[in-house]
Design a protein around this ligand. Structure first.
Ligand SMILES: [Zn+2]
Length: 564
């Protein structure tokens, strides 16, 4: 491609509407343009990157045995009502009416549509297993679209769905998709984590993993082991149980006046005790029933873990009024012996000389011991991991990083096949319910995530496999006949060898061309300047900034070796 003909306008200034780096750089480099809030046009360079990402995804899906289909964007609302998800999505779904006043939606995802399709087509166990996928535009009417392509209202996704006869089959379909995702991110060349996640509201039993691209711009916290492959999101992450570092106190508990000190911070200062020795009691309402939860003062309750331990559909921290109603005390004075079911976090057992509220305003008890002074019948891990916690698998320290969620693999089980009565006949002719998995990958979000991870102060630094062009050929002065001829020849030879090359044939000052080249971020740059008289060109590596001065043929061979 000749740059003089490229539909592209680069910008020096950072656009004011963009708050994250990927959005700024993608606008400045002319990859995308916003049409309206959360809706973007891809310009030629951006489209080339997206297609390269999607081609890698397509190749790995095909290699994993999945078959590509294309499902309708326009869907009837009744199937969403049947699955119960019309209400779940609520205003997040784009809704419309056709000319017959029938309610329709623009698909945010395709579980309903594909389950109905498979229900029609699959009759026998002989047709299973099957995994179908598509790469398509999806819609979600986000309340606050932000961060450019990271959270848009119209976006590109690969979504795959597996259908199996039994749990063993589902396991293997899931593993095949998991492995394909790992290969996709390795081929793209970005740092990622496959993190254990909580199955959440989508339903279904068994495993689920989120694929996160590590980046400070991410909205999610990723907990990873500093030594082994353990990785989980904060909702799911669990450290090793802590051990007490002191003998339990031999003193009996004593009630002392603590005045207006109620928060952990105030109590810790007032009583000169470490927050880890304070027993914090919180009142929750679980499916309408109040209960108490004890954690150490330096820990926070993890409501997802609590919900799973209790096996309820919702837990919510009780309001001051609800605490007053159920316990008869202001929030800060609820102690560990309350006349209701009490869940104790397992690390409360490391309290050896504790402080706790004692159901009396203005007082606390000291020298409190769990088990001795309050019951510890129901012990679970119900807290968030924190800095200093150790890996549950190998005991090395856990690290906390930010991540952008770009993919998700999920065992749905019979969540949708139950609703849509998706059955197959087994070898004995008995009807059985098909087991499903779903596997999403946000391809336009991956493009933004790559830019978040791969850039420096001068611009984008594309990995070779997804760069819009692999090599940028830049003659310093296009009006110099010798430079121009050598540059065009180099560019033509690259193209003949199957390399994606961009030739900057514009009549611009060298400084402008070099700045644009850095901003656009092709991995390799061939600069043809005055040294061409001695048969030499410069090969610049965008990532390291390193420059080699090489004979033309040497440079050509070096480029070919790196591109292949
Ligand atoms: Zn580990």
């Amino acid at each position: 491609m000749r740059q003089s003909q490229l539909f592209l306008a680069t910008a020096r200034e950072t656009p004011s509407e963009a708050d994250v780096v990927s959005h700024q750089l993608m606008l400045r480099a002319g990859l995308v343009r916003q049409f309206t809030s959360g809706v973007y046009s891809f310009l030629p360079l951006g489209w080339r990157v997206l297609q390269k990402v999607e081609n890698i995804v397509r190749q790995e899906m095909d290699a994993a045995g999945a078959q590509e289909v294309l499902l309708p964007i326009v869907q009837t609302e009744d199937i969403w009502e049947r699955s119960g998800r019309s209400e779940v999505y609520g205003e997040d779904m784009f809704r419309l009416q056709d000319r017959h006043k029938r309610n329709m939606v623009l698909g945010p995802t395709h579980e309903e549509v594909i389950t109905l399709l498979v229900r029609q087509e699959v009759r026998s166990y002989r047709q299973l297993p099957v995994t179908l996928y598509q790469i398509q535009t999806k819609f979600r009417d986000e309340a606050r679209p932000r961060a450019g392509l990271l959270r848009g209202r119209e976006f590109r996704m690969k979504d795959a769905y597996s259908f199996d006869a039994d749990a063993l089959g589902l396991d293997s379909s899931y593993q095949a998709m998991y492995a394909a995702y790992c290969r996709i991110f390795e081929r793209i060349g970005i740092e990622y984590r496959a993190v254990e996640a909580d199955p959440g509201a989508i339903g279904g039993e068994g495993g689920t993993h989120e694929f996160m691209v590590l980046s400070e711009a991410g909205e999610d916290n990723v907990v990873s082991c500093s030594r082994c492959s353990y990785s989980a999101n904060v909702e799911k992450a669990s450290g090793q149980a802590l051990t007490a570092d002191r003998e339990p106190t031999a003193l009996d508990k004593v009630r002392i006046e603590t005045g207006s000190a109620t928060t952990i911070d105030q109590l810790s200062k007032f009583l000169q005790v470490d927050p880890s020795q304070i027993v914090k009691v919180l009142v929750y309402i679980a499916d309408g029933v109040p209960l108490a939860v004890c954690v150490r003062g330096d820990h926070e309750v993890n409501e997802v873990k609590l919900k799973n331990v209790l096996g309820v559909s919702a837990v919510e921290l009780a309001s001051a009024e609800e605490v007053k109603e159920h316990v008869g005390l202001p929030i800060g004075f609820v102690g560990p012996i309350v006349s209701m079911r009490t869940i104790v976090d397992r690390d409360v057992l490391t309290v050896t000389d504790g402080v706790a509220a004692c159901e009396s305003e203005g007082y606390h008890e000291v020298h409190v011991l769990p088990g001795r002074d309050f019951p510890t019948d129901e012990i679970f891990d119900v807290r968030n991991v924190t800095e200093g916690d150790l890996c549950p698998k190998c005991g090395a320290p856990l690290l906390f990083q930010r991540g952008i969620e770009v993919g998700h693999v999920f065992k749905l089980g019979t969540r949708y096949s139950d609703v849509f009565e998706t059955l197959y006949k087994d070898a004995d002719g008995v009807d059985r319910t098909i087991l499903m998995g779903c596997y999403g990958l946000g391809t336009s979000r991956i493009v933004a995530a790559i830019v978040e991870q791969c850039h420096d102060e001068d611009g984008i630094v594309w990995p070779m496999t997804v760069a819009p062009f692999q090599v940028h050929v830049v003659p310093v002065n296009i009006k110099d006949e010798e430079q121009s001829r050598a540059a065009v020849e180099f560019y033509t030879r690259l193209r003949a060898a199957g390399v994606d090359a961009l030739l900057d044939d514009r009549e611009e000052r060298p400084g402008v061309k070099f700045k644009d080249a850095d901003l656009l971020g092709m991995p390799l740059r061939i600069t043809v300047g005055n040294k061409i008289r001695d048969g030499l060109v410069e090969l610049k590596y965008r990532r390291s900034g390193h420059v080699d001065t090489l004979a033309v043929q040497q440079a050509f061979d070096a480029v070919l070796a790196m591109v292949k």
